[in-house]
Design a binder for this molecule. Structure first.
Ligand SMILES: Nc1ncnc2c1ncn2[C@@H]1O[C@H](COP(=O)(O)OP(=O)(O)OP(=O)(O)O)[C@@H](O)[C@H]1O
Length: 298
């Protein structure tokens, strides 16, 4: 196993260090942050015939239980590959990925995955699709019926449980896919551009729905997206990856408290973070300049 590369330190819009009772400056006590997902020097080389493609090069970061982390980066830089390695659906060429201190060696029941396409089975009803992972895991379906119905209610799909996927809109199909990913109550949700095929208005609705779900049932999440605004709205941290072979160039803490309202997208602070991330992705670390004002390394 390779020695872990130094992961970029998380930067944040930090509040000023609190003053003590007599105005003295107090050091903030360190918060324990156990690593729930730990990626250490992960590297992926695809071999296609005689050619090889280095998709991911020396990526290191960690995620605390309950954190929502978005991954941004240029097209083709290796984001999906990284996510699939975390899901145990793609092998790791070198390095290490650990989930809850256990090395990742293959798919796990404790991880739900969502893709750009809802991948619902067309011949099954919405409810049957949602309960499909329960059947795959050979668990008793009746034990999950209440949970499935409550997820349907939470995502506004009550009344559509017996429809087939082709009878739903694209947004409704993705909502059903969220229910399916959450039905077994996984610890981790990995999402690969889940809303990128939707129109702008439906995407906004989905972001709002996801914020609502997170308020009620927080999970540990990795969320790959091309939308900088979506990343800042949804995530606790945003990781920015370089062009292929990908490494992480910035780990930015998003300071907005939860529950979050999509109207934070109109604030100056939100737009400052978006401008910074856009500069980083379009022009690289030099073009983006320093992280937003008052940034500090916790
Ligand atoms: N199975 C594969 N075999 C060979 N090369 C692959 C395979 N999957 C991905 N690649 C290559 O690895 C690189 C990274 O691909 P990946 O899909 O991980 O990038 P991405 O950042 O998710 O892209 P996008 O943002 O466009 O979805 C690309 O050059 C791609 O062509």
């Amino acid at each position: 196993m390779n020695a872990p590369a130094s992961a970029p330190k998380a930067t944040a819009l930090a509040s000023p260090v609190p003053a003590g009772p007599q105005g003295s400056v107090q050091a903030r006590p360190p918060t324990p942050r156990p690593d729930f997902i730990k990626v250490e020097s992960a590297r992926k080389v695809y071999a296609t015939g005689r050619d090889t493609v280095e998709a991911v090069s020396d990526v290191s970061f960690s995620v605390t239980r309950g954190e929502f982390v978005a991954i941004l980066g240029p097209s083709g830089c290796g984001k999906s590959t990284l996510l699939m390695m975390c899901a145990g659906l793609e092998s790791i060429t070198s390095g290490r990925i650990g989930i809850d201190s256990m090395p990742m060696t293959g798919p796990r029941e404790s991880i739900g995955v969502m893709f750009q396409d809802s991948t619902l089975l067309p011949w099954k009803s919405v409810l049957e699709n949602i309960l499909f992972p329960v059947r795959i895991m050979r668990r008793p379906v009746r034990d999950y019926m209440d949970r499935a119905r409550s997820l349907l209610a939470m995502t506004g799909l009550t009344g559509f449980e017996h429809k087939k996927p082709h009878q739903l809109s694209g947004g409704m199909r993705q909502r059903a896919a969220i229910c399916r990913a959450l039905v077994t109550d996984p610890d981790i949700l990995l999402m690969d551009e889940p809303f990128s095929a939707l129109d702008a208005m439906t995407r906004d609705e989905m972001n709002e729905a996801l914020l609502g779900i997170w308020d009620r049932q927080p999970k540990t999440a990795l969320f790959v997206t091309h939308s900088i605004r979506e990343a800042v709205l949804l995530a606790d941290r945003v990781l920015v990856m370089t062009r292929r072979p990908a490494t992480v160039v910035e780990d930015l803490r998003i300071p907005f408290p939860r529950p979050r309202d999509p109207s934070i997208g109109e604030s100056e602070e939100f737009n400052r973070l978006v401008r910074h991330l856009r500069g980083l992705i379009e022009r690289g670390p030099r073009g983006a300049g320093a992280p937003p004002a008052m940034a500090a390394t916790p």
